[in-house]
Design a binder for this molecule. Structure first.
Ligand SMILES: Nc1nc2c(ncn2[C@@H]2O[C@H](COP(=O)(O)OP(=O)(O)OP(=O)(O)O)[C@@H](O)[C@H]2O)c(=O)[nH]1
Ligand SMILES: [Mg+2]
Length: 289
């Protein structure tokens, strides 16, 4: 992962200790790092107050202060899981963000934690070959896949998967969804139907996992807003963190929408999936001191 953190960029800047220009430059860097205008200006204003009151002058001091301010803003949440009940994780996100891959990675991760048995539900009935893609993941990990034909009702697929998991005593259902329908209103309506079935039928832990692509910047923020408003999001997976120099979008999504991050994806293989770690994240975002 070749990342140039904010601190290196800060070092490259002309820096007249504590000047207005310096704070403007910091704000620009934060915006550039995908923290969004709102969070960037909030942080810069706070940093200015702290720098004045504590008489911070050096880049090093400002860096530490910024890191201390960011730390509590990032929400993280371990995956909710109950060993004695069914655990349903419904994967949400726009097309191409990494839903299906993240779902397969979570299946693998659950296996490493001794959790399962896991069954996969091919809830993306919209995109041709989506079910086949999931079947392939199922084969590779030796997991059962519940699927129906292309164009089937995704709610019915989920219902089937839950019923068969309950009948067979499976512990986990990982359900895929379509990232794109004919339009946004359709997508929202469809998700609300799926959500209703999940709530009524699951009877155990039910978590909606939103996948956000770390490389898409501010766009990811808007996606989070749409999905959260539509059905409510319980936890976020930050995918493609390996290809992103920043991942700063996690700060804005945490602070402005209050959504917690559970995992990040660092590649295409099943094992490229890790619980979200704030310190590693901050080091990646800000760079080493
Ligand atoms: N480098 C990298 N690539 C990833 C990661 N996660 C997913 N991908 C790749 O991103 C592409 C899209 O992933 P999918 O899992 O198919 O995305 P999706 O959201 O299910 O897409 P749709 O089904 O079309 O809505 C694939 O080529 C994945 O291999 C990641 O963490 N890092
Ligand atoms: Mg998919």
């Amino acid at each position: 992962m070749q990342k140039k953190g904010l601190f290196q960029k800060l070092k490259d800047l002309f820096f007249g200790g504590g000047s207005d220009e310096a704070f403007e430059a910091i704000e620009d860097l934060l915006i550039e790092a995908d923290l969004g205008y709102k969070t960037a200006s909030f942080l810069t204003a706070e940093l200015r107050v702290i720098a004045r009151s504590q008489k911070l002058k050096s880049k090093q001091e400002l860096f530490v202060a910024l890191k201390d301010m960011l730390r509590p803003l990032i929400r993280i949440k371990p995956l909710e899981y109950h060993p004695d009940s069914l655990n349903l994780y419904l994967f949400l996100g726009v097309n191409g963000v990494g839903k299906t891959t993240s779902l397969a990675k979570l299946a693998f991760w659950l296996g490493t934690q001794g959790r399962g048995p896991v069954v996969l539900a091919a809830g993306d009935t919209f995109r041709a070959a989506a079910a086949e893609q999931l079947q392939l993941h199922g084969q590779r990990q030796n997991l059962r896949v519940v699927a129906q034909k292309h164009g089937a009702d995704p709610g019915a697929v989920l219902y089937d998967a839950l019923e068969s998991a309950q009948a067979q005593g499976d512990r986990v259902v990982l359900a895929d969804t379509a990232g794109r329908l004919h339009n946004k209103a359709n997508l929202v309506k469809e998700l609300q139907k799926i959500d209703k079935i999940a709530r009524e039928k699951c009877g155990g832990v039910y978590q909606k996992i939103l996948v956000l692509d770390a490389t898409t910047g501010q766009n990811a923020f808007q996606q989070a807003q749409v999905f959260h408003e539509a059905v409510g999001v319980d936890a976020v997976v930050l995918s493609k963190y390996d290809s992103s120099g920043k991942g700063g979008i996690a700060v804005a999504v945490s602070r402005e929408l209050g959504l917690p991050f559970a995992f990040w994806g660092t590649g295409e293989k099943p094992q490229d999936f890790h619980p979200f770690d704030v310190e590693i994240f901050l080091d990646g975002l800000l760079g080493e001191e």
